[in-house]
Design a protein around this ligand. Structure first.
Ligand code: ADP
Ligand code: MG
Length: 330
């Protein structure tokens, strides 16, 4: 006859469940975190291009890296892809340290560099096959990325004959060849016409549903069109890191009103929920309200009650555009 030690069984079970739980947490963290930048500083000629930068990017997620020219975007991206090294700090990509495991990092990352350097005399498929050989990628994968990036009709053309939009697709196809977990795209839409822009944004959004996409841009509308989150960099420092949902929920609104006559700023503070009044020029006033309720009707009634005529009355986009101007004009 077997003897069951109930307390031992319960103890064993508890240990097993706890272990499973711990393993699950580790696995979860591993798959959720694709890029981890910790206190990175990069110096060129004794000048900091990046100053003690830290941020994380999850998987899957599309993160916009927004900043004016010279802010340090390309430098950060080259460090993440392990093409250059930081002076200090640490970058972990897909679980690999860029300094100690640069090869593993490069296998995990698809990189579209700024200005997308291509060989104009090579044919699209020839170029992709050449790079596929370097990555030891099979032929089926070449056809797959050609289809995925909408290049099928152009696959037998010379790269030099393609429009800028299609050249960007070749760059993206190249970045996707080895089916990397993480895509680093440095200004992928610069120089595209409006139609090409829509196509490429759509493509990146589709890719971003399954992968981690970290893309740089100096155009804020770009971020609003494509990204889940924005990280703003200015003069080598991170000045904002916010989800787009967060930005959209920002509980503020700016109403721009032009009267036919000058009024005292203080007078406009009599309106409800006013946070700030500015007078950027002439008889134009920008009134910031602490509410998302449309305040234009209030401004209209207020003007009417005070015998002011309104020449224009608009709501200004308070989200990303303002944040960007505010943070990068310092
Ligand atoms: P962004 O991509 O945001 O325009 P960069 O990363 O290219 O900015 O540049 C950040 C700063 O570092 C700039 O001041 C730039 O002049 C400088 N810089 C970038 N690359 C080099 C380099 N190879 N040698 C010296 N300075 C550089
Ligand atoms: Mg750049």
């Amino acid at each position: 006859m077997f003897f069951f030690d109930k307390s031992k069984i319960i103890k064993d079970l508890t240990v097993k469940i706890t272990l499973c739980y711990i393993i699950a947490i580790f696995e979860k963290n591993d798959t959720q975190m694709s890029i981890e930048v910790k206190a990175v500083t990069k110096t060129y000629n004794n000048k900091n291009a990046l100053n003690n930068i830290s941020f994380k990017v999850n998987n899957p997620e599309i993160v916009g890296f927004l900043g004016p020219n010279g802010a340090g975007k390309s430098t950060m991206m080259k460090i993440i892809t392990s093409y250059i090294t930081a002076n200090s700090g640490e970058v972990i990509v897909n679980g690999y340290n860029t300094k100690t495991h640069p090869k593993a990092v490069q296998s995990s990352v698809g990189y579209l560099p700024e200005n997308n350097p291509l060989y104009p005399d090579m044919y699209v498929k020839e170029y992709l096959s050449f790079n596929a050989n370097l990555h030891q990628v099979n032929k089926e994968q070449i056809d797959r990325v050609i289809e995925q990036t909408g290049l099928t009709p152009e696959a037998h053309k010379k790269i030099g004959q393609l429009s800028k939009g299609y050249k960007q697709r070749v760059g993206l196809a190249n970045a996707l060849l080895h089916d990397p977990e993480v895509l680093i795209l440095d200004e992928p839409t610069t120089g595209l016409d409006p139609n090409q822009l829509i196509d490429i944004r759509h493509l990146i959004k589709t890719i971003g549903k399954k992968k981690t996409v970290f893309l740089s841009t100096h155009i804020m509308q770009e971020v609003e069109a494509m990204c889940d989150r924005v990280i703003i960099i200015n003069k080598g420092e991170i000045v904002a890191n916010k989800t787009l949902a967060n930005l959209r929920d920002s509980k503020k609104q700016i109403v721009v009103v032009e009267f036919d006559y000058r009024v005292e700023d203080a007078f406009l503070y009599k309106l409800p929920q006013v946070e700030q009044v500015t007078n950027p020029n002439g008889f134009i006033y920008e009134i910031t309200f602490k509410t998302t309720v449309d305040m234009r009707a209030h401004v209209f009634d207020f003007a009417h009650d005070n015998e002011l005529k309104i020449l224009q009355l608009n709501q200004k986009n308070t989200s990303l555009e303002n944040l960007f101007t505010e943070l990068t004009s310092l």
